[in-house]
Design a protein around this ligand. Structure first.
Ligand SMILES: Cc1ncc(COP(=O)(O)O)c(C=O)c1O
Length: 350
């Protein structure tokens, strides 16, 4: 057998479609509809000549920029090739060989990393209204969750995250909070870092900073947890963040005003779309993210997804169990969202 039994047994993550046809309205992978900060363009141009050299393995400049924004020391910040990679390193660094508790509906990369790194992944069902069952999660230890959650978009108040942080710390284990969408939410778990050295927060520049194509994610946590991530990274790839990503990432992080303006536009379009869909009779979960989770059919929303695609609109459908009646619709520009509301209404006669 050429392949290892591990490679043959893996059930890889399925990413959303990246179509060649640029004329589609692409609302299936939670990208930002706006371009990145113009400062990113300047940084990329200036970085050309330096590509001859390997990058700074510690991504110092971008870590300093993030640390400055968060009121942390650079030693409490870790950068990786997208938050997917940071999460992978975190699963290896904090969870390998352990029994990990997670909500049943969450980012579907977690069970994949668990399989890869020998983590016994145990799920706790979300409640009927798709909120996280904190009591249920507290039966397990360590714990991972996304907040806001994906693909539901629902936000768990930080006081509840603190209960999980206290519970896991008492057992000497870590709590991993994936804050990929925190820029669109009312609050983040950042303030808990002062009190909980077992808390690791993972974030990305893909959504809030419109840099999904750059691949830059980061973790915030105690020096002890950051050091564990570094040990895993240096056992795998010493240079996961390339020179251009470091330059562009630092420039994007420093341009707070630009990010805030675009995040605001996305949140406004999100709230308008949610109201417009509800007014036409759709059930839409409350969202603290840059996407909406919409009950598009009584049993299976796959035909609605297909009809929208025929109209040139890409959205995401998850074919498993409880998620089948729902569609996840990323937030685009206001013009795009007006089209979505109109086409959903036409396709479904509402
Ligand atoms: C919950 C969650 N975490 C992490 C990611 C990965 O983001 P990236 O690898 O682009 O940083 C995503 C992307 O969709 C996500 O939804």
């Amino acid at each position: 057998m050429y392949e290892s039994s591990l490679a043959l047994a893996l059930v890889p993550y399925t990413a959303g479609e990246q179509p060649k046809n640029q004329r589609l309205i692409k609302l299936n992978t939670n990208e930002n509809p706006y371009p990145p900060s113009p400062r990113v363009a300047e940084a990329l141009a200036a970085g050309y000549a330096s590509l001859r050299l390997y990058p700074d393995a510690e991504a110092t400049a971008v870590r300093e920029a993030i640390a400055g924004r968060e009121g942390l020391s650079p030693a409490q910040v870790f950068c990786g090739n997208g938050s997917d990679e940071v999460l992978a390193f975190a699963f290896a660094a904090l969870f390998a060989g352990k029994i990990l508790a997670a909500p049943d509906v969450t980012y579907s990369f977690y069970p994949v990393y668990s399989q890869l790194f020998g983590v016994d992944y145990r799920t706790v069902p979300l409640r009927e209204d798709f909120t996280v069952d904190v009591e249920g999660l507290m039966q397990g230890c360590p714990v991972v969750l996304a907040n806001p959650n994906a693909p539901t978009g629902r936000f768990l108040p930080i006081a509840e995250i603190e209960r999980l942080a206290a519970h896991t710390r008492e057992a000497g284990e870590a709590l991993l909070v994936d804050e990929a969408y925190a820029a669109f939410a009312p609050e983040t778990a950042r303030r808990l870092l002062e009190g909980y050295d077992n808390l690791l927060i993972v974030r990305t520049l893909s959504k809030s900073h419109a840099l999904a194509g750059l691949r830059l994610g980061y973790a915030l946590g105690s020096e002890r947890l950051i050091d564990a991530l570094r040990r895993v990274r240096d056992s795998f790839n010493s240079y996961p963040v390339d020179r251009l990503a470091q330059l562009a990432g630092a420039a994007a992080v420093r341009d707070d005003a630009y990010t805030a303006e675009k995040v605001k536009l996305v949140c406004q379009a999100r709230d308008w779309t949610a109201e417009a869909l509800r007014a036409r009779g759709w059930e839409v979960l409350p969202s603290a993210t840059n996407f909406l989770f919409v009950k598009a059919a009584p049993a299976d929303a796959a035909p609605v997804q297909r009809r929208l695609r025929e109209k040139g609109i890409l959205v995401r459908h998850f074919a498993s169990g409880r998620l089948k009646p729902w569609l996840r619709i990323s937030i685009g520009t206001m013009e795009e969202m007006e089209r979505v509301v109109e086409e959903m209404g036409e396709a479904e006669g509402r």
